[in-house]
Design a protein around this ligand. Structure first.
Ligand SMILES: [Zn+2]
Length: 213
């Protein structure tokens, strides 16, 4: 799979250092499953962190980043992800979602369905899946926080280019966009959204209560 859009370096660094909130971490992990180039970057960061440990006199690491990474790796190795039945009806296998409960698909507008991902604790971002029929115009919107999206299936286009399966759209609050799903195939995205979204259309106002934190 060839991906052309990736999380920003700042987002990847936060993922690496363990400071990313759970919702955004799930989306980055889903992107990593589909993006060899970001996996290589992460692995280079791990090597650099290891070299740093070897070349530094023994003293506690200020940020504890390496320990957190190792703890995460240990935890991942020790506990294979629990599979939740509802994660298996997705047309695409997403390991990052397998230990989470998913809600039912809910119709939110013509050709558009929304499905919440249940997080054990309320974090700073809300995570959900969006499924939209080919040719759907998604509501034009802007937001007060960040919106991190990974495309699981299909493709959409907006002012920032074309986003196909595996691509990541890492948008901050300066972005205002109106995605259009490509013809021929439905599009399924996994989204972590911070803050409040401001939607401009009727469809947008239908989505608003669902995506508001
Ligand atoms: Zn990538």
């Amino acid at each position: 799979m060839t991906t052309t859009h990736h999380p920003t370096e700042a987002t990847l660094l936060e993922y690496f250092s363990g400071t990313l909130d759970e919702g955004r971490r799930i989306v980055v992990a889903a992107h990593l499953e589909m993006c060899a180039s970001c996996r290589r970057l992460l692995s280079a960061m791990e090597t650099m962190a290891g070299d740093h440990l070897v070349s530094t006199p023994p003293e506690p690491l200020a940020q504890g980043a390496f320990e957190r990474t190792m703890a995460r790796l240990d935890a991942a190795a020790a506990s294979p992800a629990k599979s939740h039945p509802t994660a298996h009806d997705l047309p695409v296998k997403v390991r990052a979602l397998e230990s989470y409960e998913l809600g039912p698909w809910r119709w939110i507008g013509p050709g558009v369905y929304w499905r919440g991902v249940v997080l054990p604790e309320k974090g700073t971002s809300r995570v959900f899946l969006l499924r939209a029929a080919p040719g759907t115009h998604l509501p034009q919107h802007t937001h007060e926080g960040t919106e991190l999206t990974v495309i699981l299936k299909g493709a959409f286009r907006h002012e920032g280019g074309r986003f196909g399966a595996g691509d990541c759209d890492d948008a901050d609050d300066s972005v205002e966009h109106s995605p259009i799903v490509e013809d021929g195939e439905e599009c399924i995205c996994l989204v972590a959204m911070e803050g409040t979204i401001r939607l401009r259309s009727l469809l947008g106002r239908l989505i608003q209560p669902l995506v508001r934190l």
